[in-house]
Design a protein around this ligand. Structure first.
Ligand SMILES: [Zn+2]
Length: 321
């Protein structure tokens, strides 16, 4: 069996998996993400690969930030990554294996495209709505990363000039309405203004210490007016962004992932498509909006897919994005 490794580097955990030719995850391991800089992260990845064994032929890594030619340009969620880090070269040096590095959101879309909800489509946009809103593209059957690795930033499409403040420092981005951090911020402002909500009551009933996707779902089911309005705003923002993206790219599949998509399922996907229709130049286009299927495995499988492509290209450790 030909095995490659897929690595998903997150702000909290690093997930490492061995993946076969059919995109099956044969074995996997999670370790805490070290907080003392790039060398420690490289060592953690190398150790996890050693522990898994399995003799992988190549390694694909997804990292939380823009990636250009094997270099992670910036990573605000990784402690100690204060300047660009040549993560592909560092892991290649430590393991002796060919390594390809990509953006985590982009590779998650690749995972869903080869083995998940976007299987069989050729023009795919992935939207990951978590703390922020990430994205990635497959265009004409090829993962698309752009001129310098920055393509697919769906969360920072501006849908309202001068709108809500986004985590990126600009105003009116999709993420400023649909990211979990932005939603929590909006709740805080509304509560400050004296508006009632059952969100925090439900949070306590559920034994949570923050507004998880499950808490939002319960609040929607209880017809909490604040939760309903904010999620309606989030769906509207995602819909405007999706309509705009579709006009530019003529997509055939949009895959939506992240906590809220997993909890609300196809109902959320349908609501986003309905919100997108008025903005689409071809409103009856045969566009599917589906919910991600692979969960945490999407990043590992997508990274492994790029590792396999690297072997086919002849193992130049700096190729790929
Ligand atoms: Zn933004």
């Amino acid at each position: 069996v030909s095995v490659v490794a897929g690595v998903d580097v997150g702000g909290t955990n690093i997930a490492v998996g061995l993946v076969d030719e059919d995109h099956g995850v044969l074995a996997e391991q999670q370790v805490r993400t070290p907080t003392d800089g790039p060398e420690a992260v490289v060592a953690a990845i190398t150790d996890a690969l050693d522990d898994l064994g399995g003799d992988p032929e190549a390694v694909g890594i997804g990292a939380p930030g823009p990636v250009n030619h094997g270099v992670l340009q910036s990573a605000p969620n990784l402690a100690g990554f204060t300047s660009p880090v040549a993560l592909a070269d560092l892991v290649a040096g430590a393991t002796g294996l060919p390594v390809v590095l990509g953006n985590d959101a982009s590779l998650g879309v690749v995972g869903e495209w080869v083995a998940g909800a976007a299987r069989g489509y050729r023009f795919v946009l992935g939207i990951w709505a978590g703390t922020g809103v990430g994205g990635g593209l497959v265009l004409d059957g090829v993962p698309y990363h752009g001129a310098s690795g920055g393509a697919g930033e769906f969360g920072h499409l501006v849908i309202r000039e001068g709108g809500a403040l986004c985590g990126c420092g600009r105003r009116g981005c999709v993420e400023a309405y649909a990211g979990r951090a932005s939603l929590e911020h909006a709740v805080a402002i509304e509560v400050e203004a004296g508006r009632p909500t059952r969100l925090f009551e439900i949070m306590q009933e559920e034994g949570k210490d923050r507004l998880t996707a499950g808490v939002w779902k319960k609040a929607l089911r209880a017809q909490d007016p604040m939760a309903t309005r904010l999620i309606d705003d989030a769906v509207e923002a995602l819909g405007i962004g999706l309509g705009t993206a579709t006009n530019l790219l003529d997509l055939d599949c949009v895959v939506i992932g992240g906590g809220l998509a997993e909890k609300l399922g196809q109902e959320l996907a349908d609501a986003i498509l309905a919100a997108a229709r008025p903005w689409m130049l071809v409103p009856d286009a045969d566009l599917r909006v589906v919910v991600a299927e692979l969960g945490d495995h999407a990043g590992i499988v997508g990274a492994a897919t790029e590792a396999r492509a690297l072997i086919r290209q002849g193992a130049d450790p700096k190729s790929g994005e």
